[in-house]
Design a protein around this ligand. Structure first.
Ligand code: HPA
Ligand code: ZN
Length: 327
């Protein structure tokens, strides 16, 4: 058994394992530029965020039908359940699909078929976070939000992902304002490859309640102080940071420092099929690399539920499970 936890930074498209990618390619008659599962695995060497995104978007081409999205989400839930995940807030990238001619409804209906009953089938409560691709236009983000309006009961928040540098949060001020008018919560990737100032801008201009990645805040001590004071959570993804060369190696990761500074840091897997592990592997990895104690690990689990968009009764129940857990 592993400690009960919430996963708050997980791109469902990033859970596409090579084996499933090949199976879906065959079923759908889609071409993959790799001869074998092994060759695809070998392509998982990235220079930076963009080199990863190029492959990530290329592989989404195998996802075409509702059934494909359902199978993708079910495969994640099986793994997450085995890793002690009790609650997951799952990103999806509609524009990665609508831009290829796959309707928004196909994506969300397919995902929903797996998620609607996830608590009963997998013991995991789930919510969806709709991400806008920040390297596309603000108009495209607004169109995507319009397409989502009939489905707002399935979506808890909006997020912002894809190529960060050169696409500051303020570009999306209007769509975030509209999302908040519609009753959605708000998060954004910031301070992954982009500067600490993007973190402040996401808070001040977009009104986000949680920052995805955010590790570059450490370059701005006044901003760190603010995040500690306001208890703004950061969804940190250690394996992702190493694979995308945001940091050199796991033993250099600032997670332990972040906890010791009092930041509400959580550990997440980001794109586990690409980065070498799911959330429990990330936790085991940082525990070993950084010498984290059981109390550090309990704090991370507690933080994950504190940072979740769940109702207070559910939060209290999950926090009780964390306190009762024996490492
Ligand atoms: N950063 C930005 N965009 C992404 C990521 C990420 O880590 N994963 C999938 N899209
Ligand atoms: Zn991410």
């Amino acid at each position: 058994m592993s400690v009960p936890k919430a996963e708050l930074h997980l791109h469902i498209e990033g859970t596409l394992e090579p084996e499933l990618a090949f199976a879906l390619a065959e079923r759908n008659g889609a071409e993959l530029p790799f001869a074998s599962v092994q060759e695809l695995h070998d392509a998982y060497r990235f220079e930076d965020l963009q080199s990863f995104l190029d492959l990530y978007y290329r592989l989404t081409d195998v996802l075409r039908t509702e059934r494909d999205f359902t199978e993708l989400a079910e495969a994640y839930l099986v793994r997450a359940s085995a890793a002690g995940v009790r609650h997951a807030e799952i990103f999806f990238d509609p524009q990665a699909h609508t831009s290829r001619g796959v309707p928004f409804a196909t994506v969300i209906d397919g995902l929903w078929a797996a998620l609607r009953d996830s608590e009963r089938r997998y013991g995991i409560s789930t919510k969806l976070i709709l991400c806008f691709l920040r390297d596309l236009s603000a108009e495209s983000a607004l169109e995507t939000l319009s397409a989502a309006e009939p489905y707002l009961d399935r979506i808890v928040a909006v997020g912002l992902d894809s190529a960060e540098v050169g696409h500051p949060p303020a570009k999306f001020a209007a769509v975030y304002r509209r999302a908040r008018e519609l009753g959605l919560r708000a998060v954004a990737h910031a301070g992954e490859e982009g500067p600490a100032s993007y973190v402040a801008e996401a808070l001040d201009v977009l009104g986000v309640e949680r920052i995805d990645h955010g590790i570059r805040v450490l370059e701005d001590p006044a901003l760190v102080e603010r995040l500690v004071r306001e208890r703004i959570p950061l969804t940190v993804c250690p394996f992702s940071n190493v694979r995308l060369r945001v940091i050199d190696k796991l033993t250099d990761h600032p997670l332990r420092l972040m906890l010791e500074l009092g930041l509400v840091a959580t550990v997440n897997s980001d794109d586990p099929a690409y980065f070498g592990g799911y959330v429990q592997e990330n936790l085991d990895g940082v525990r070993d690399a950084l010498g984290l104690s059981d109390e550090h690990l309990r704090t991370l689990a507690r933080n994950s539920f504190e940072a979740s968009f769940i109702d207070e009764r559910t939060r209290a129940r999950y926090l009780g499970e964390v306190e009762a857990y024996r490492f």
